[in-house]
Design a protein around this ligand. Sequence first.
Ligand SMILES: [Zn+2]
Length: 232
Amino acid sequence: MAALQDLLEYQKLDGELRKIDLELGATEEKKKLNQAKVIMRNAELRIAAQDKRAVELKQLRDSLIARVDETSKAIAEYSDVEELVEGGGDVSFYKKSAQQLMDRVRAMKAELNGMLDEIEKLTAEYKKLMEQGKQMNKQRKEYSEKYKEVQSRYADTVASLTKQMEETARKIPPEMLERYKQKRNEKVFPVLVPLNGDMCVCGMDLPLAQRNRLAGGNVIECENCHRFIYKQ
Ligand SMILES: [Zn+2]
Protein backbone atom coordinates (compact mmCIF):
# COMPACT_ATOMS: atom_id res chain seq x y z
CA MET A 1 0.00 0.00 0.00
CA ALA A 2 1.36 3.36 -1.06
CA ALA A 3 0.28 5.02 2.18
CA LEU A 4 2.61 2.77 4.17
CA GLN A 5 5.65 3.72 2.05
CA ASP A 6 4.74 7.41 2.28
CA LEU A 7 4.20 7.22 5.99
CA LEU A 8 7.54 5.44 6.41
CA GLU A 9 9.22 8.14 4.34
CA TYR A 10 7.49 10.83 6.38
CA GLN A 11 8.65 9.20 9.59
CA LYS A 12 12.22 8.93 8.27
CA LEU A 13 12.30 12.70 7.61
CA ASP A 14 10.61 13.32 10.95
CA GLY A 15 13.31 11.20 12.61
CA GLU A 16 16.05 13.27 11.01
CA LEU A 17 14.43 16.47 12.28
CA ARG A 18 14.04 14.89 15.69
CA LYS A 19 17.73 13.99 15.70
CA ILE A 20 18.62 17.63 15.02
CA ASP A 21 16.25 18.71 17.81
CA LEU A 22 17.96 16.31 20.21
CA GLU A 23 21.39 17.53 19.14
CA LEU A 24 20.32 21.13 19.62
CA GLY A 25 18.82 20.29 23.00
CA ALA A 26 22.09 18.72 24.12
CA THR A 27 24.23 21.75 23.23
CA GLU A 28 25.86 23.78 25.97
CA GLU A 29 24.15 26.88 24.58
CA LYS A 30 20.66 25.40 24.92
CA LYS A 31 21.41 24.04 28.39
CA LYS A 32 22.66 27.41 29.62
CA LEU A 33 19.65 29.13 28.07
CA ASN A 34 17.23 26.71 29.72
CA GLN A 35 19.04 26.94 33.04
CA ALA A 36 18.66 30.72 33.02
CA LYS A 37 14.96 30.44 32.15
CA VAL A 38 14.26 27.90 34.89
CA ILE A 39 16.12 29.84 37.58
CA MET A 40 14.42 33.10 36.57
CA ARG A 41 11.01 31.45 36.66
CA ASN A 42 11.69 29.98 40.11
CA ALA A 43 12.90 33.36 41.37
CA GLU A 44 9.69 34.97 40.09
CA LEU A 45 7.59 32.38 41.91
CA ARG A 46 9.58 32.87 45.10
CA ILE A 47 9.23 36.65 44.91
CA ALA A 48 5.47 36.28 44.40
CA ALA A 49 5.35 34.09 47.53
CA GLN A 50 7.36 36.73 49.40
CA ASP A 51 4.91 39.45 48.32
CA LYS A 52 2.06 37.36 49.67
CA ARG A 53 3.86 36.84 52.96
CA ALA A 54 4.62 40.58 53.18
CA VAL A 55 0.87 41.31 53.10
CA GLU A 56 0.31 38.78 55.91
CA LEU A 57 3.15 40.30 57.96
CA LYS A 58 1.61 43.76 57.55
CA GLN A 59 -1.68 42.42 58.92
CA LEU A 60 0.20 40.81 61.79
CA ARG A 61 1.97 44.11 62.52
CA ASP A 62 -1.38 45.98 62.60
CA SER A 63 -2.83 43.40 64.95
CA LEU A 64 0.25 43.63 67.18
CA ILE A 65 0.03 47.44 67.33
CA ALA A 66 -3.65 47.19 68.33
CA ARG A 67 -2.82 44.69 71.08
CA VAL A 68 0.05 46.82 72.38
CA ASP A 69 -2.32 49.81 72.59
CA GLU A 70 -4.91 47.81 74.43
CA THR A 71 -2.36 46.43 76.90
CA SER A 72 -0.82 49.87 77.47
CA LYS A 73 -4.23 51.21 78.41
CA ALA A 74 -4.73 48.34 80.85
CA ILE A 75 -1.31 49.05 82.39
CA ALA A 76 -2.12 52.78 82.69
CA GLU A 77 -5.01 51.89 84.96
CA TYR A 78 -2.43 50.77 87.50
CA SER A 79 -1.18 54.30 88.09
CA ASP A 80 -3.71 54.68 90.87
CA VAL A 81 -3.38 51.16 92.28
CA GLU A 82 -2.11 52.50 95.63
CA GLU A 83 -5.29 54.46 96.10
CA LEU A 84 -7.38 51.48 95.18
CA VAL A 85 -5.59 49.22 97.66
CA GLU A 86 -5.76 51.84 100.40
CA GLY A 87 -9.44 52.17 99.65
CA GLY A 88 -9.88 48.47 100.47
CA GLY A 89 -9.07 46.82 97.12
CA ASP A 90 -7.87 43.21 97.03
CA VAL A 91 -4.06 43.20 96.60
CA SER A 92 -3.91 39.64 95.38
CA PHE A 93 -6.40 40.46 92.60
CA TYR A 94 -4.22 43.33 91.36
CA LYS A 95 -1.09 41.20 91.60
CA LYS A 96 -2.72 38.49 89.53
CA SER A 97 -3.92 40.80 86.79
CA ALA A 98 -0.54 42.62 86.74
CA GLN A 99 1.06 39.22 86.19
CA GLN A 100 -1.33 38.50 83.32
CA LEU A 101 -0.45 41.82 81.71
CA MET A 102 3.25 41.06 82.02
CA ASP A 103 2.69 37.69 80.34
CA ARG A 104 0.88 39.40 77.49
CA VAL A 105 3.72 41.89 77.06
CA ARG A 106 6.27 39.05 77.00
CA ALA A 107 4.26 37.12 74.40
CA MET A 108 3.95 40.21 72.21
CA LYS A 109 7.66 40.86 72.51
CA ALA A 110 8.40 37.29 71.37
CA GLU A 111 5.97 37.71 68.49
CA LEU A 112 7.61 40.98 67.48
CA ASN A 113 11.07 39.39 67.58
CA GLY A 114 9.85 36.51 65.44
CA MET A 115 8.44 38.98 62.93
CA LEU A 116 11.67 40.98 62.82
CA ASP A 117 13.69 37.78 62.28
CA GLU A 118 11.45 36.75 59.45
CA ILE A 119 11.58 40.19 57.83
CA GLU A 120 15.37 40.11 58.02
CA LYS A 121 15.49 36.69 56.37
CA LEU A 122 13.01 37.71 53.69
CA THR A 123 14.97 40.87 52.93
CA ALA A 124 18.23 38.92 52.61
CA GLU A 125 16.58 36.32 50.39
CA TYR A 126 14.99 39.02 48.24
CA LYS A 127 18.36 40.68 47.72
CA LYS A 128 19.86 37.34 46.73
CA LEU A 129 16.99 36.58 44.36
CA MET A 130 17.30 39.96 42.66
CA GLU A 131 21.06 39.52 42.27
CA GLN A 132 20.57 36.02 40.88
CA GLY A 133 17.81 37.29 38.58
CA LYS A 134 20.15 39.93 37.20
CA GLN A 135 22.87 37.35 36.53
CA MET A 136 20.46 34.90 34.95
CA ASN A 137 18.94 37.59 32.77
CA LYS A 138 22.43 38.34 31.51
CA GLN A 139 23.02 34.63 30.91
CA ARG A 140 19.65 34.31 29.14
CA LYS A 141 20.44 37.17 26.76
CA GLU A 142 23.97 35.93 26.08
CA TYR A 143 22.97 32.32 25.42
CA SER A 144 19.87 33.26 23.51
CA GLU A 145 22.19 34.91 20.96
CA LYS A 146 24.66 32.02 21.03
CA TYR A 147 21.88 29.48 20.63
CA LYS A 148 20.51 31.35 17.62
CA GLU A 149 23.93 30.99 16.03
CA VAL A 150 23.94 27.25 16.67
CA GLN A 151 20.42 26.96 15.27
CA SER A 152 21.38 28.86 12.16
CA ARG A 153 23.95 26.17 11.34
CA TYR A 154 21.11 23.70 11.05
CA ALA A 155 18.68 26.09 9.38
CA ASP A 156 19.19 24.91 5.80
CA THR A 157 18.90 21.23 6.70
CA VAL A 158 15.80 21.91 8.80
CA ALA A 159 14.19 23.92 6.00
CA SER A 160 14.91 21.21 3.45
CA LEU A 161 13.62 18.41 5.70
CA THR A 162 10.50 20.41 6.55
CA LYS A 163 9.79 21.02 2.85
CA GLN A 164 10.22 17.32 2.04
CA MET A 165 7.94 16.42 4.92
CA GLU A 166 5.25 18.77 3.66
CA GLU A 167 5.46 17.22 0.22
CA THR A 168 5.27 13.68 1.60
CA ALA A 169 2.42 14.64 3.94
CA ARG A 170 0.21 15.47 0.94
CA LYS A 171 0.34 11.83 -0.13
CA ILE A 172 -0.75 10.49 3.26
CA PRO A 173 -4.48 10.17 4.09
CA PRO A 174 -5.23 13.21 6.33
CA GLU A 175 -6.84 11.16 9.08
CA MET A 176 -3.77 8.90 9.28
CA LEU A 177 -1.42 11.90 9.30
CA GLU A 178 -3.47 13.49 12.08
CA ARG A 179 -3.17 10.38 14.21
CA TYR A 180 0.57 10.25 13.55
CA LYS A 181 0.96 13.88 14.64
CA GLN A 182 -1.10 13.23 17.76
CA LYS A 183 1.30 10.48 18.79
CA ARG A 184 4.28 12.71 18.08
CA ASN A 185 2.79 15.40 20.31
CA GLU A 186 2.83 12.78 23.04
CA LYS A 187 6.59 12.44 22.39
CA VAL A 188 6.22 8.97 20.91
CA PHE A 189 8.87 8.02 18.37
CA PRO A 190 8.86 5.99 16.23
CA VAL A 191 5.10 5.99 15.74
CA LEU A 192 5.16 3.47 12.93
CA VAL A 193 6.78 0.21 13.99
CA PRO A 194 7.22 -3.17 12.31
CA LEU A 195 5.50 -6.21 13.76
CA ASN A 196 7.86 -7.89 16.18
CA GLY A 197 7.09 -11.61 15.96
CA ASP A 198 3.46 -11.74 17.10
CA MET A 199 3.80 -8.61 19.15
CA CYS A 200 3.92 -4.84 19.07
CA VAL A 201 7.18 -3.23 20.29
CA CYS A 202 5.38 -2.40 23.55
CA GLY A 203 5.02 -6.12 24.25
CA MET A 204 1.32 -6.35 23.44
CA ASP A 205 0.39 -9.66 21.84
CA LEU A 206 -1.52 -9.30 18.60
CA PRO A 207 -4.17 -11.93 17.93
CA LEU A 208 -4.02 -13.72 14.59
CA ALA A 209 -7.12 -11.93 13.31
CA GLN A 210 -5.37 -8.59 13.78
CA ARG A 211 -2.09 -9.80 12.32
CA ASN A 212 -3.99 -10.99 9.24
CA ARG A 213 -5.14 -7.44 8.66
CA LEU A 214 -1.50 -6.40 8.12
CA ALA A 215 -1.38 -8.16 4.75
CA GLY A 216 -0.89 -6.02 1.67
CA GLY A 217 0.82 -3.14 3.46
CA ASN A 218 -2.07 -2.38 5.82
CA VAL A 219 -1.37 -0.51 9.00
CA ILE A 220 -3.13 -1.24 12.28
CA GLU A 221 -3.11 0.60 15.57
CA CYS A 222 -1.88 -1.13 18.72
CA GLU A 223 -4.65 -1.17 21.34
CA ASN A 224 -2.12 -0.75 24.11
CA CYS A 225 0.38 1.91 23.01
CA HIS A 226 -1.55 3.20 19.96
CA ARG A 227 1.49 3.03 17.71
CA PHE A 228 0.97 2.09 14.08
CA ILE A 229 2.08 -1.42 13.28
CA TYR A 230 3.04 -2.68 9.85
CA LYS A 231 4.51 -5.91 8.52
CA GLN A 232 7.97 -5.72 7.01
ZN1 LIG B 1 1.93 -1.31 21.27
